[in-house]
Design a protein around this ligand. Structure first.
Ligand SMILES: *[C@@H]1O[C@H](CO)[C@@H](O)[C@H](O)[C@H]1NC(C)=O
Ligand SMILES: *[C@@H]1O[C@H](CO)[C@@H](O)[C@H](O)[C@H]1NC(C)=O
Length: 373
């Protein structure tokens, strides 16, 4: 029997990110054989969308309410080796464990868990019970896989800006009650810390994790709620450091008063010999947005003093495709990227959790999310 995959969860991201990415991977992706959603209608909608996007006969539909077609029935199929879990944040941990217990490889959407304690619990269970059986569990963090952030990381690692001394990131989002993201019931009334700050904020922190040469160790911050429909919090201002190496700031909000983004949005990482910025831009006529990296290097030229050199790198945004490819490679035992390590994704949750609770006090991030278990 040929190996297949299933998508568990039929929300916006499953349809608009995972299906097109699977389609783009073509034969490099295993066949999508089944989909599951708690609701029968959503599961059918996803199956229909998959049939069109992937040009295949509709995958089998599984949903709650009937033993012959529920999640356990899907997980009992021996022709499905791996599942992609794209469910509401608080449902994910139990489904991840169920899938692993059924002997499936798992790629689960970020955040790794709603909070650090649950994430640690999952990681420990995976590590002690399922890892040795050869099962792969990866967290789908598309910013970690994004070629643009990886290119920025490579530019920094190759010394183009010298030694990193400070950085800043600004993420300014506008969400109104008509937003398709806000209308997702589990996001309208979130039952997890941080609301959009957890759901979306972990992406930004993952990008920092990839680009910065040292792990962030300490954080102090303040959090607030400025638009009551974005409860429990919509804004974080944090100051962080990476040991004695460098420090920086992170400013994350989903409460922007304007739909247009301020020009400050993005990342700037400054070193002793230059700086690098990363911004998402849409180039006219192109389908996908790109990440544009501007690298300014100071070159000390003989007899000319200091000369500034500018380099522009542009990479199409395709992190979901890259993370899927890496997951399938990992299952096949040929992971080149080695991304989506749950313990790494846990650090992104730790950052947000620390910023939500700090109230100005310094939080030790390494204590909150240990680097080894
Ligand atoms: C934050 O700390 C201040 C005192 O510095 C205190 O008045 C306030 O209640 C604290 N806020 C929270 C949410 O704990
Ligand atoms: C996994 O468990 C082993 C012991 O079984 C331990 O040595 C290792 O540090 C653990 N790794 C992680 C990432 O938790």
């Amino acid at each position: 029997m040929s190996s297949g995959i299933a998508i568990l969860g039929a929300g916006i991201f499953a349809k608009e990110a995972h299906l097109p990415s699977l389609a783009a991977l073509g034969h490099a992706a295993p066949v999508l054989k089944a989909v599951y959603s708690r609701s029968e209608k959503s599961a059918h909608d996803l199956a229909d969308a998959a049939a069109i996007a992937l040009r295949l006969t509709p995958p089998a539909v599984y949903h709650d309410g009937d033993k012959s077609t529920d999640l356990d029935a899907l997980l009992a199929r021996s022709d499905i080796d791996a599942v992609i879990v794209v469910l509401p944040i608080t449902l994910q941990p139990s489904v991840i464990l169920k899938a692993l217990a059924a002997g499936k490889h798992v790629l689960s959407e970020k955040p790794v868990a709603p909070d650090v304690a649950q994430g640690l619990g999952l990681i420990q269970t995976y590590n002690t019970t399922y890892k040795a059986k050869g099962l792969i569990w990866r967290v789908a963090e598309n910013f970690e896989a994004e070629p643009g952030f990886r290119a920025a990381a490579a530019a920094i690692a190759s010394g183009k800006i010298g030694k990193v001394i400070f950085f800043r990131t600004v993420v300014c989002n506008y969400i109104d009650k008509d937003s398709k993201w806000y209308k997702t019931p589990w996001r309208t009334v979130p039952d997890y810390q941080g609301g959009f700050l957890l759901d979306g904020g972990v992406h930004t922190i993952a990008a920092l994790r990839i680009m910065l040469p040292h792990r962030l160790t300490h954080l102090s911050g303040f959090a607030s709620l400025n638009k009551d429909y974005l409860e429990p919090h919509d804004t974080i201002n944090a100051i962080v450091r990476a040991g004695d190496n460098f420090h920086g700031t992170a400013e994350l909000t989903w409460a922007s008063p304007t739909k247009s983004r301020p020009v400050t949005d993005g990342f700037v990482i400054t070193g002793t010999d230059g700086w690098l910025s990363v911004n998402q831009v849409t180039i006219e006529g192109a389908n996908d947005p790109v990440l544009r990296i501007t690298v300014k290097s100071v070159i000390k030229a003989e007899g000319k003093g200091e000369v500034e050199k500018e380099e522009i790198i542009e990479e199409p945004v395709q992190g979901v495709k890259a993370e899927l490819a890496s997951f399938f490679d990992a299952i096949a035992g040929k992971d080149a990227l080695n991304i989506g390590e749950p313990l790494e994704a846990l650090r992104d949750v730790a950052f947000i959790q620390a910023a939500l609770n700090s109230n100005g006090s310094v939080v030790d991030l390494a204590e909150l999310a240990p680097s080894a278990l």
